[in-house]
Design a protein around this ligand. Structure first.
Ligand code: PGA
Length: 263
């Protein structure tokens, strides 16, 4: 097991407010989404950054409920072209128009079930940035890749291919979500020290791609994968970890409030 204390890291992220991102996936109907959004708006008081990513259909209504609050809105995907004859797709610009600030890209469920490649993710990141959205780029190894000792390779590849050749200017922000695929939805998060080591690998890839001041000021790394109220602070207390991406435990108001409280 890795020992994060053995890694000497510049502690440049200590004063950044943590972010909690809720990924509702395709788990709520419109009425359920509206009801949970109202609960979140009425009950979340903590001074941390909270972003909620409902399904496309629910975005507009949930956005209306959050208006006037500090809760931010994100999409779960966008298309890789700005506009055109792409039946069934949703553009980054449309997400922006309905009030999104964020968009999750390259989630492992999309890579697995929809054949999303690193190249597609790259083009989506480019569109998201052009539309003024903050991409939340998901990277992470499968169990098989982990067993083959390919974890770091996968993280470097996915991070690099998503971002290489793009220019990130001082007004743009990017979040990388490290999500070990094999623990998503399992109820068992990974050892926080292992997440810390993965985050360091991701940071190294970023330093290889961008000027160090851009990496320090414009990138954040969050952990995702079976985050709940009992383990969330183990991750948010790590050096170089700016928050969490929460799936299952964001669907119940009490669980979600407890996560926010424990950050
Ligand atoms: P989980 O999902 O919290 O249910 O493991 C996380 C995610 O898929 O983003």
């Amino acid at each position: 097991m890795y020992n994060s204390k053995a890694i000497i890291l510049p502690n440049f992220m200590s004063d950044i407010k943590p972010i909690v991102i809720a990924n509702w996936k395709m788990k709520l109907g419109l009425q359920e989404a509206k009801s949970l959004a109202s609960d979140i708006k009425n009950k979340v008081t903590a001074q941390i950054e909270v972003a909620v990513c409902p399904s496309f259909i629910s975005l507009t209504e949930v956005g209306k409920i959050f208006s006037g609050s500090n809760i931010k809105l994100g999409g779960q995907d966008c298309f890789w072209e700005a506009n055109g004859a792409f039946t069934g797709e949703v553009s980054a610009k449309e997400l922006k128009e309905v009030g999104c600030e964020f968009v999750i890209l390259g989630h492992s469920e999309r890579r697995k079930y929809l054949g999303e490649t690193d190249e597609m993710v790259h083009k989506k990141v480019s569109q998201a940035l052009a539309a003024g959205l903050m991409p939340i780029i998901c990277v992470g190894e499968t169990f098989e890749q982990r067993q083959q000792g390919a974890k770091d390779y996968v993280l470097i590849q996915q991070t690099t291919k998503a971002l290489e050749g793009l220019e990130i200017n001082a007004s743009q922000q990017v979040i990388i979500a490290y999500e070990p695929v094999w623990v998503i939805g399992s109820g068992q998060a990974i050892d926080p020290n292992e997440a810390a080591a993965a985050h360091q690998v991701i940071y190294q890839s970023l330093f290889d791609l961008f000027p160090s001041d851009i990496v320090k000021n414009n990138f954040r790394i969050v952990y995702g994968g079976s985050v709940d109220e009992t383990n969330v602070s183990d991750f948010t207390n790590l050096d170089k970890t700016s928050g969490v991406l929460v799936g299952g435990a964001s669907l119940n108001i009490n669980d979600f409030l407890a996560i926010i409280k424990n950050v």
